[in-house]
Design a protein around this ligand. Structure first.
Ligand code: ATP
Ligand code: MG
Length: 286
């Protein structure tokens, strides 16, 4: 039998598209056209298992799948023992406590004796227990944010990303409990002969993540200004400088973070850079 890794991903929902994109950018292509519950990569020893996100930590813990891509919130809620192999940088959100905006909230004691609606009862009860608060946890599976207005609970514990949903339901966030993002998880007892595949996936995912949010910048600059330019460019090692045929001018190449791209480019322009080209970075291999 061929040695293969079985990776569980969300079948549909917020993490599905990004999970497939990460695989594709890593050169792992799964025919998605006739999607069943299992898919086979054409060019990598990997099989995809499509599941509800809630079920992913459990199947990885019991070895029905070897690895999984799922929100850290689901891993924490399930309470199972799996290895968090790496953070993936998408699906960012947080789990927070929120109360009606009219409440004069001064601290966690407010929750003493109150009811809290949530889809994450395990994380919440652990959090409250650690802080010595006793509250009544009401488990509901959807539309948690309407619970206070509907008289189901005094407050909620739910996923927040921008906070817009809270505001439109007359709520305010008062305690941030868990920061979450998609993570790659792995079963603890991964068979020895599959470990090289796990390493290859980690290496590829790492390279893809490293390249995201980066641009390759090249420009012409008076050679006398190269030291000034270098101080503006925190490149991976150091910028590449090459002489131009034109006396007194150099070509400078560097990798720049998207976040600081415009500040950097404006700075370079100010010290005399010309013909600035900004290119996408496809992969970064360290
Ligand atoms: P499933 O049908 O697979 O059970 P779901 O409805 O439980 O899906 P989704 O809403 O698709 O879950 O969200 C999946 C994950 O995406 C969440 O568990 C969380 O980790 C992450 N996430 C990121 N931002 C948000 C957000 N604004 N709201 C909800 N989840 C978010
Ligand atoms: Mg779910």
């Amino acid at each position: 039998m061929n040695i293969m890794i079985r990776l569980a991903i969300q079948s549909k929902g917020r993490l599905n598209e990004e999970s497939l994109r990460l695989l594709k950018d890593s050169g792992i292509n799964v025919d998605d056209s006739r999607r069943k519950f299992l898919g086979q990569a054409s060019d990598f020893p990997l099989e995809l298992l499509y599941l509800r996100d809630d079920d992913i930590p459990g199947v990885v813990a019991d070895g029905s799948a070897d690895m999984g891509i799922v929100g850290l919130n689901e891993v924490e809620e399930s309470g199972v023992d799996v290895e968090i192999a790496c953070h993936l940088g998408f699906g960012k959100c947080r789990l927070s406590l929120a109360v009606p905006k009219s409440v004069e909230y001064e601290g966690l004691e407010w929750f003493e004796g109150k009811s809290i609606a949530t889809s994450y009862p395990s994380i919440l009860s652990r959090f409250l227990k650690e802080r010595g608060i006793s509250a009544q946890i009401r488990k509901i599976m959807g539309s948690v944010e309407i619970a206070p207005a509907a008289g189901i609970a005094d407050s909620i514990f739910d996923i927040v990303s921008s906070g817009g949903t809270l505001v439109s339901n007359g709520l305010k966030e008062v305690e941030r409990v868990l920061d979450s993002e998609a993570v790659l998880i792995c079963r603890r007892d991964l068979p020895e002969d599959r470990k090289f595949i796990r390493e290859s996936i980690l290496f590829r995912f790492g390279s893809v993540q490293e390249s995201r949010g980066k641009k390759y910048v090249l420009m012409n600059i008076p050679t006398a200004k190269v030291p000034d330019a270098m101080s503006l460019l925190p490149s991976m090692r150091s910028p590449t400088v090459m002489p131009l045929a034109l006396e007194g001018w150099s070509s400078l190449h560097s990798v720049v973070d998207d976040a600081s791209l415009w500040d950097t480019v404006e700075g370079l322009k100010r010290i005399g850079a010309e013909g600035i080209l900004i290119l996408n970075v496809d992969k970064v291999i360290d």
